[in-house]
Design a protein around this ligand. Structure first.
Ligand code: SAM
Length: 219
């Protein structure tokens, strides 16, 4: 199975479908990978496929037995300048959803979401996923539903108090921006009973914090 190119298809697919293929995808298959065979996926399912002789379509073959290794974790994240790296890494970790959250100290207001979705698609193709993470429209911090939500709490790095274990029903985690959460946001999180999560004794950059925070709730 190794080294077979994997291609995400934007639409629902089934065996015997004939799907028009983008010129750069056909070029990649024929001239980079030197093959007409590939695997295609959409919404958790993966199929064998072949490029048609004229290079214009993909002919969908049998469904494979490959089970989607994606998980059901939602990452709530304040947009940051290194959003590309962050999305690339957490997609490889299998997150189901990425929800950008505008906090008081968010500074990256002009993220190119089209480019970010392309990065997520490429990371999903390369990491054996059968789905790409859903990337929502940004929402304001005030609109967050904090029930059953954990948050990466940088205050814990400054404290010697025993660190919390993350309860296993938690599937959502919020990570702050470069400047961290404001005092009023911490007050809202604490009052709502959001689960404070420590990522260790050092302060991590937000993109690494997102990776470690995701790993903490994957267990
Ligand atoms: N400017 C903040 C400060 O100096 O305390 C640090 C912000 S940090 C770069 C960005 C985000 O990563 C934080 O809001 C938090 O969600 C997460 N984070 C970083 N280090 C962490 C740690 N040791 N424990 C928990 N969360 C952490």
């Amino acid at each position: 199975m190794k080294n077979i190119p994997r291609i995400f298809i934007e639409q629902n697919i089934k065996t015997n479908d004939i799907i028009p293929v983008a010129r750069d995808t056909a070029h990649y298959l024929l001239h980079v990978m030197r093959t007409k065979s590939c695997l295609v996926f959409h919404s958790g399912d993966e199929f064998n496929a072949n490029l048609s002789d004229d290079g214009k379509n993909l002919i969908i073959g049998d469904k494979t037995a490959h089970h989607d290794p994606s998980n059901d974790i939602t990452l709530y994240i304040a947009p940051i300048k290194r959003m590309d790296d962050l999305v690339n890494m957490v997609t490889q970790m299998g997150v189901a959803r990425i929800v950008p959250v505008i906090t008081e100290r968010t500074v990256a207001h002009h993220v190119n979401w089209g480019r970010i979705k392309k990065i997520a698609t490429e990371a999903a193709e390369q990491s054996n996923r059968n789905s790409i993470p859903e990337i929502s429209e940004p929402i304001p911090f005030a609109k967050l539903d904090l029930k059953n939500m954990a948050f990466a709490d940088e205050r814990t790095a400054y404290s010697t108090k025993e660190k919390n274990k993350v309860p296993c029903n938690i599937k959502s985690i919020l990570v702050g921006p470069e400047g961290g959460f404001s005092d009023s946001e911490f007050a809202v999180l604490d009052t709502a009973g959001a689960v404070s999560v420590s990522l260790g004794r050092t302060i991590l950059r937000a993109e690494l914090a997102a990776v470690i925070a995701t790993e903490k709730i994957m267990k």
